[in-house]
Unconditional design. Structure first.
Length: 251
């Protein structure tokens, strides 16, 4: 049994409310910090596009408040990323009362691995996917057709891709917990490999620009992460067996 008695439903809601308030405060504080550097952060964000655009090209904004809104969005996203370790910690602490004592010790690995994988995914998108993808798309410009992307359009486009890469890099974490819960097994994952590969290309086709280069850049890591998830599922099964032994020994 878990270390603590089951909490009443209203107590769960109260606990959830406190966790959400803490998360909002953390994001708000990080937002304030990031807004001070919002212009620098935006300049950093547009570097992959800037490097791929023809010489003399530039971004534009077509509405008076557009850049102000863009900087607000940049600061908000930066605030969420900066607060990510704390947000993952709060998520874990909300579910912790329903876990065994030895399972609660996973909080540090969970927070660290979730943060590292998400940030690693966004960095992969920024440094690997963006340069190749933008260079390919800018190849359609000519003497008579010049690219003129707007600042807000680029931000929304790049944000969607960065978060997509960050989320797909969390695949090993999802597989680990699914394996711990017994929802998936190593054998099932191996048997579903061909469907996973197909699914990786479908997801990449939906989330990336309509070009083969970007799709392969996203689908490739997703397939590799799935294979890593198969290995991780073995670890999850082994650790689950050890935890079961500890639980029975502690009774």
């Amino acid at each position: 049994m878990a270390d603590q008695e089951k909490m009443p439903f209203l107590s769960h809601l109260e606990e959830l409310r406190k966790r959400l308030i803490s998360c909002v405060i953390a994001v708000a504080l990080c937002f304030a910090i990031c807004y001070y550097f919002s212009e620098s952060l935006f300049q950093f964000l547009i570097q992959p596009l800037k490097a791929a655009m023809p010489e003399g090209s530039h971004l534009v904004f077509t509405g008076l408040p557009e850049m102000f809104v863009t900087y607000l969005k940049v600061a908000f996203v930066g605030g969420v990323l900066l607060a990510a370790p704390f947000l993952f910690y709060e998520i874990w602490m909300f579910v912790a009362p329903g876990l065994y004592r030895h399972e609660k010790k996973l909080v540090a690995p969970f927070v660290a691995s979730s943060t590292i994988l998400f940030v690693g995914g966004t960095l992969f998108g920024y440094y690997i996917a963006f340069p190749f993808g933008f260079k390919f798309l800018m190849g359609y410009s000519s003497e008579y057709v010049k690219p003129l992307p707007s600042a807000i359009e680029y931000f929304n486009f790049s944000l969607k891709l960065l978060f997509a890469f960050g989320i797909i890099f969390e695949v090993p974490i999802f597989i680990f917990f699914l394996a711990r819960l017994g929802i998936v097994t190593t054998d099932n994952l191996k048997k579903s490999r061909k469907y996973a590969i197909l699914g990786a290309f479908i997801v990449a086709a939906i989330l990336t620009p309509p070009d083969v280069v970007s799709q392969f850049i996203m689908a490739g890591p997703l397939i590799v992460l799935y294979e890593a998830g198969i290995l991780i599922s073995k670890m999850a099964k082994s650790s689950k067996a050890q935890d079961k032994e500890k639980t029975e020994a502690g009774r």
